[in-house]
Design a protein around this ligand. Structure first.
Ligand SMILES: [Zn+2]
Length: 404
């Protein structure tokens, strides 16, 4: 129990720091002397530090505590179908080093593993002189067996399916390694983001190459019995529709993901539809990507507009199911698909309003994420949660006493 309280205090300092010992006592139901003892141990371990003082109500200055940024860092990977991101992140959620590259530049799994290893080594070399690598986290689009920390299915990057990234990186770097679904990691970050209201009931929908979902219910990440919770991208929106990487037909991500929008543009242009999308792809159909769609929309291009409206409509169908099933406080949308145009957001709201129960819809706020690195930052939170036995989502919503 002692250790639990110490970890809880550390988590509170991470979430609310800089914070005074007195303020910590508002958040946790243990005595101030007990708090002081734990704080002394954490200061001696170098995980936290004193960072100045603040005038308290009684007139005495209260010493403030915060995480010691120099204590250690994580290396986190956000492995998307299109974009690969890797970063070193300190225990105060600040990105120290970052690399971004198209996932295809990794090549096959053999060359890819070597490239990832050398990126980690290069980043470590820059940072490890003044901090310790605490762990490695991998956010990936796939189904993860959370019990054994292993990847089960990866519909969009099939070649990597049988690669045991956890064991490989653990053997190479001798630190704990954790893997989880990237949309889940994004949800985690949104729920702990300072200033974001500390959401307890939240669904994050990532509209990227595929469609992923991270669900937080009553302050806990929902994983499902075998890690399959949140596969919004694979709910059927068209019976017998387009084939999907999961083996089924008519899945949402075949109608509303960035990949599906790009494919739709390519097929229409192959069929002879005139569109400025092709102009922005240097008149080469193979070069069409989401940026071409974005630019064509600014030209009022009819094909681009139709594609974005259809995708928005299908996303609204998906969102209405989330609203009716979970009635979360927030649905936060992110991923490259949401950057194409605000039209997609307006359309998905219209479509969801048509289909969801109005009383539930009225109380669920739907927003766009403001942070491109939410996958990396959430993965770092996940690593620290596991190392320090935190539960980042389980925190006071408005300064209430916590019960762990
Ligand atoms: Zn599917």
């Amino acid at each position: 129990m002692q250790t639990d309280n110490k970890n809880t205090l550390l988590n509170l300092i991470r979430l609310y720091g800089p914070v005074s010992r007195t303020k910590l006592a508002d958040y946790i139901s243990i005595s101030i002397p007990a708090i002081s003892n734990h704080v002394t141990e954490l200061l001696e371990a170098g995980i936290i530090k004193e960072v100045g003082s603040k005038q308290s109500n009684g007139g005495r200055k209260a010493v403030l505590l915060d995480m010691n940024k120099e204590y250690g860092y994580t290396i986190c990977i956000d492995f998307g179908q299109d974009i690969f991101r890797i970063a070193a992140i300190n225990i105060n959620n600040e990105i120290l080093e970052k690399r971004i590259l198209p996932s295809k530049e990794l090549g096959d799994k053999n060359t890819g593993l070597i490239k990832i290893q050398s990126m980690i080594e290069e980043i470590n070399q820059k940072i490890s002189n003044h901090a310790t690598l605490l762990g490695i986290g991998i956010g990936i689009s796939g189904i993860i067996n959370y019990q054994n920390n292993k990847l089960v299915i990866m519909p969009n990057l099939k070649e990597w399916e049988n690669v045991d990234l956890v064991a490989t990186f653990h053997d190479l770097f001798k630190v704990p390694v954790f893997i989880d679904d990237s949309a889940r990691m994004m949800a985690l970050w949104e729920s702990v983001l300072p200033g974001n209201g500390r959401y307890q009931d939240l669904v994050f929908v990532s509209v990227g190459a595929g469609i992923g979902t991270g669900i937080i219910v009553s302050g806990k990440l929902l994983r499902g019995v075998n890690g399959g919770a949140g596969e919004l991208g694979h709910i059927i929106v068209e019976e017998g529709g387009l084939p999907c990487g999961c083996g089924n037909r008519g899945c949402l991500e075949q109608y509303a993901s960035v990949t599906s929008m790009v494919n739709r543009a390519k097929n229409a242009i192959k069929d002879g539809v005139m569109s400025s999308i092709l102009t922005y792809a240097n008149n080469d159909i193979n070069q069409i990507d989401s940026f071409c769609l974005e630019k064509a929309l600014k030209d009022q291009d009819k094909l681009a507009y139709t594609i974005i409206i259809e995708a928005g409509n299908y996303l609204g169908i998906g969102l209405s199911k989330i609203v009716n099933l979970l009635n979360p406080e927030y649905i936060i949308l992110g991923g490259g698909g949401m950057n194409i145009s605000s039209i997609i957001f307006d359309e998905l709201i219209r479509s969801a309003n048509l289909r969801a129960m109005s009383t539930s819809m009225k109380h669920t706020k739907i927003l766009i994420s403001s942070k491109e690195e939410s996958g990396l930052l959430g993965t770092s939170i996940h690593v620290l949660d596991n190392i320090f036995k935190f539960n980042s989502c389980m925190h006071a919503a408005s300064g209430n006493i916590l019960s762990f």
